[in-house]
Design a protein around this ligand. Structure first.
Ligand code: ZN
Length: 104
């Protein structure tokens, strides 16, 4: 089920940076997804619920690993690299008091 832009928000980016499967490159900027813009968008979207973000990214990582290994069965991506790419950036760290959130 693809995440569509929530219709109850006015902060929707002009063109959502969504992954192009099964390559997992950004549809807009062609960077390996999640690209910096996609990460920023996800951070904002899940600012109130970082656990949900981690769960979502776990599911994405699962799908991406399956796709990427199917594309490159002999030269697949390193699991640690995939983890860092999909989950490492979102891992809650000690000082994440960025001031984001508390919108309502
Ligand atoms: Zn992008």
């Amino acid at each position: 089920m693809p995440r569509t832009t929530p219709d109850d928000r006015a902060t929707t980016p002009r063109r959502p940076h969504l992954p192009l499967r099964p390559l997992w490159l950004c549809r807009v900027c062609a960077a390996p997804w999640p690209c910096p813009v996609a990460r920023l968008t996800l951070r904002q979207e899940y600012a109130h619920d970082r656990i949900a973000l981690s769960i979502y990214l776990c599911a994405v990582l699962h799908d991406a690993a399956a796709d990427l290994y199917r594309l490159n069965p002999h030269d697949g991506p390193d699991p640690a690299t995939l983890f860092t790419r999909f989950l490492g950036w979102a891992a809650p760290r000690g000082g994440q008091a960025s001031g984001v959130g508390h919108a309502e």
